[in-house]
Design a protein around this ligand. Structure first.
Ligand code: ADP
Ligand code: MG
Length: 618
């Protein structure tokens, strides 16, 4: 008789489980990933006692047939890899077919699953790899798992679990990693019946802000780079908000969280010289690479990944983050303390709302009024805080130094009339050479020479950002200025839109819209003063769209509406015919905390480096 025997399945599974399932958080991760692989658009995670008594994951994904429902608990049962080659082109999270077999080996599992086309579903109960119940059942489309008594038959594991607090922290970490990688999926997390997260779907920025808190929004510096080998996008946090711990460092490749000391090094290098001692940069960076060029199979829980083009990606990370931080640093923010709180507009619900001030002012032109603005004044520098004007900022950061004279201005006003160089390159070689800071405008762009090249500003976007920043800060303290319409607007809206208008009436009033719903129509008698004739309709359409048709969290609505107003208002023809007007827009842009991007995350400023320009003439 042979001494060697094959281990019975349930023991083999139990041993394998040790590798895949280390703690409750591992179960949460595996089940969430399966839900995503099954195409779910909503995933609910419900935890009791840090997963020690219950882990429940419910999805609205594909579901399984009665046959698959049984098969999925078999070891190496997977629908995701059919042949060895598939391993090199994985787009799913799972592929080993180990997770469910492992979980079933060491816990009590109840699964209910149903295909959308079937009338009924299947319920399976399995305990220590033994199927104890397999019945037809009535249940919603998709799949739900309930895991109880985790590690009931592996006392060593159970005893090694940490306190509830620590174990829940692990669960939350896994949840955040998955949620941050999939902003187009609605996730909820509940612990002991209290809701920890309810993450509505939205753009990546929204997801990051929803996970990290509203304050984060103003602190994000967008990163975007696209090359043949890797597409990079995401955010880093401005260096002054660096953390004392490494908590907020997230790297994803093809929507999968991973860790990499090598890439982390590249990112830290990009921050060199910008961080306070013993603080760590925060980042949320998403790489997209050809799945053939990575190997996710190196680590059982798959947080380490091998990259074929590691060195190239390193340099892309380094250069694009440096560049983004550089851009954001063109003129350091002048007024950090005055952070516009994102929560305030919501709080107004509990405060009595004062009547909007209605003034008819047909000549209102936000462009021409810098003197009576109550934002931090550049020239005044009244508070103790440092305040600098654009030319100071420019000097400091290596841009031209001299005030523009009208003559210079005239010369540079259009590209065609730009003067020929009389002497070779005095503009660049001699830092103190006169006449450097002229602007020239062509189409939508303002060009201004800098010591290190040429800065280009998208004028309309700059204006949008200025309006947005102004409106948001005044909106927080008082209603926006409103102007009465000579001819009230009557707008036909759908029932649903009218309801949305009425339920947001208070906030809309605060924004300067005065109107009422009459016989199924909206009658508007006043609108925010920033809006001009031609932009009112556009703004109205955007606002109706926002309140009635977009899935926006309550706390975000005010911002979205102010965004709509500033965007519409910025669409009017701009009058940039004078040096003063251009100067004004630039100065005001640099007063905005975020002067590099619009609220919709569109680029406002770009710089062409001298090297880049040289390159073009080679
Ligand atoms: P893997 O994810 O590596 O394939 P698992 O053990 O996690 O292995 O899952 C086994 C199989 O069960 C999957 O390949 C999939 O076909 C099926 N499955 C698991 N979870 C779900 C789910 N939530 N919805 C639909 N099918 C699922
Ligand atoms: Mg899986």
């Amino acid at each position: 008789m042979s001494l060697i025997q094959l281990l019975p399945d349930h023991i083999a599974n139990q041993i394998a489980a040790g590798e895949v399932i280390q703690r409750p958080a591992s179960v949460v991760k595996e089940l969430m990933e399966n839900a995503i692989d099954a195409g779910a658009t909503k995933v609910d995670v419900n935890i009791k006692e840090s997963g020690k008594s219950l882990i429940q994951v419910v999805d609205n994904g594909s579901g399984m047939s009665a046959d698959d429902a049984l098969l999925c608990f078999e070891r190496h049962a997977t629908s995701k890899v059919r042949k060895a080659d598939d391993l090199f082109s994985l787009v799913t999270k799972g592929f080993r077919g180990e997770a469910l077999a492992s979980i079933a080996a060491i816990a009590h599992v109840e699964m209910r699953t149903k295909l959308a086309d079937d009338a009924t579903g299947t319920q399976i109960n399995i305990e220590g790899s033994k199927v104890v119940n397999n019945t037809e059942t009535v249940c919603p489309n998709g799949t739900s798992f309930e895991i109880k008594n985790l590690f009931y038959n592996v006392p060593a594991r159970r005893n090694f679990l940490k306190s509830n607090k620590v174990e829940f922290r692990h669960i939350q970490d896994e949840f955040e990693r998955v949620a941050l990688a999939h902003s187009s999926i609605h996730f909820t997390l509940t612990h002991n019946d209290s809701e920890i997260y309810n993450l509505m779907l939205g753009v990546l920025r929204k997801r990051v802000v929803d996970v990290l808190g509203k304050k984060t929004n103003d602190r994000l510096v967008p990163i975007e780079e696209s090359t043949d080998i890797v597409e990079l996008n995401g955010f880093v946090l401005k260096p002054e908000y660096a953390r004392k711990t490494r908590g907020e460092q997230f790297l994803f490749v093809n929507d999968r969280f991973f860790k990499s000391t090598y890439f982390n090094h590249a990112i830290n290098k990009a921050f060199e010289g910008l961080l306070k001692e013993r603080t760590y940069a925060s980042y949320f960076l998403y790489l997209n690479v050809d799945p053939q060029k990575i190997d996710v199979n190196v680590h059982p829980t798959k947080t380490e990944i091998k990259f074929e083009e590691e060195k190239f990606i390193y340099s892309i990370l380094l250069s694009s983050i440096r560049q983004a931080l550089g851009k954001y640093n063109i003129a350091p923010t002048l007024d950090f303390e005055r952070e516009t709180s994102f929560d305030l507009p919501m709080d107004m619900k509990s405060k009595p709302v004062s009547e909007p001030v209605i003034k008819v002012n047909p000549d209102y032109n936000p462009f021409h009024s810098t003197s009576n603005r109550n934002t931090t004044s550049f020239s005044g520098g009244s508070s103790g805080k440092k305040s600098e004007n654009f030319s100071q900022a420019i000097t400091k950061h290596g841009f031209g130094t001299k005030e523009t004279s009208s003559a210079d201005w005239e010369n540079f006003y259009t590209i065609d009339e730009a003067p020929e160089e009389e002497e070779p390159a005095p503009l660049i070689e001699d830092e103190t050479s006169p006449g450097i800071s002229q602007f020239l405008i062509k189409g939508n762009y303002i060009f201004t020479p800098t010591k290190s090249g040429l800065m280009v500003i998208h004028a309309r976007r700059a204006y949008e950002q200025i309006l947005y920043t102004d409106l948001i800060s005044s909106f927080i303290t008082s209603p926006l200025q409103s102007q009465a319409l000579l001819f009230p607007i009557e707008k036909e809206l759908s029932k649903n839109e009218l309801v949305a208008w009425e339920s947001n009436a208070m906030m809309l009033k605060q924004l300067g819209f005065v109107g009422e719903v009459k016989e199924g129509e909206l009658h508007l008698s006043a609108v925010p003063s920033v809006l001009q004739d031609e932009t009112i309709q556009k703004a109205l359409d955007r606002i109706v769209e926002t309140i009635a048709h977009r899935d926006i969290e309550k706390g975000e609505i005010a911002h979205e509406l102010v965004h709509s107003i500033s965007k519409s208002a910025s669409m009017k023809k701009m009058n940039l015919n004078s040096k003063e007007a251009v100067n004004d827009i630039i100065e005001r842009l640099f007063q905005c905390e975020n002067h590099a991007f619009t609220p919709g995350n569109k680029k406002i400023i770009d710089t062409l480096s001298l090297e880049g320009i040289d390159e073009k003439f080679r």
